[in-house]
Design a protein around this ligand. Structure first.
Ligand SMILES: [Ca+2]
Ligand SMILES: [Ca+2]
Length: 268
């Protein structure tokens, strides 16, 4: 009787582990694996979560080019080169459409990238970063207008970390979408080799309804020329699981085996 319970438990735990491993692969990834010095506009094709190529929007004179080497960070898989964005107006951006819609009520989406501001023209820098084009308020992950720290902007609400955008950083945002106001959690330079619970968030927003999104923008805005360039790489969007390490299979298995034993003890 007890052996049967252990067997059933082990099968259940193995099934759960299978889901966990699969969940670690990102649904959408942009490594900017394009030719060095190429123009970003028009790069990329439909597939692997994307609906098409990068497309120039806003100020037509914005330059966005591919440059080597790509950005890297411990425990983040990287490939190819990176993108360098040079804004030349008050509202400039490049857009790329996703093949799926994210942020539906009841879902959790992780968005991450590597980024760095390239000069210290703070007084002329308005905002820059990765924008999720939303059905409600949208979300900018990067630097707010006239700010200087990594942070998130949702509607008219913004929060900052203590890390300057001049410092190359791994940015991770978790969007827990529900009806009404969603929960946005920001980490700057988290250690992905540790569990999510072991990494202290830099900031959180819990008062804004983000809505859904099905495209991303590389945003930039300046009030004076030249403004601040920035580079970005390894953009990842996933609603299939956390980028943080999941609990060790061995400890989960031990937990799974211990549960029926405890149940049997209690049943006596
Ligand atoms: Ca890259
Ligand atoms: Ca919502």
């Amino acid at each position: 009787m007890m052996n049967a319970k252990i067997l059933i438990s082990a099968v259940a735990v193995s099934t759960c582990l299978g889901i966990s491993y699969q969940a670690q692969s990102a649904a959408v990834l942009e490594s900017f694996d394009y030719t060095d010095t190429a123009t970003l506009d028009g790069q990329g094709a439909a597939g692997s979560g994307w609906a098409g190529a990068w497309s120039q929007g806003g100020g037509a004179t914005t330059t966005a080019t591919i440059a080597s080497l790509g950005l890297t960070h411990p425990n983040v898989s990287s490939a190819g080169n990176k993108a360098v964005i040079t804004p030349t107006g008050s509202s400039t951006f490049l857009t790329r459409s996703l093949s799926d819609t994210y942020g539906a009520d009841g879902t959790t989406t992780y968005i991450s990238f590597l980024g760095e501001r390239l000069n210290d023209a703070n007084t002329t820098t308005r905002f820059f970063g990765l924008k999720l084009a939303g059905s409600s308020n949208g979300l900018l992950i990067g630097q707010k207008s006239f700010g200087s720290k990594w942070g998130i902007v949702a509607g008219s609400t913004s929060v900052d970390s203590t890390v300057d955008t001049l410092d190359a950083a791994l940015i991770v945002v978790r969007l827990d979408a529900v009806a009404g106001a969603d929960t946005l959690t920001l980490w700057v330079n988290p250690d992905l080799s540790l569990t999510e619970a072991s990494n202290t968030p830099a900031a959180q927003i819990t008062t804004v309804d983000i809505g859904t999104f099905n495209s991303v923008r590389l945003d930039a805005s300046e009030t004076a020329i030249p403004g601040a360039d920035y580079e970005i790489d390894e953009i990842s969007i996933s609603n299939e699981g956390s980028p943080f390490v999941v609990p060790e299979p061995a400890s989960l298995m031990l937990l799974g085996l211990a549960m029926p034993l405890l149940a049997c003890r209690r049943g006596r």
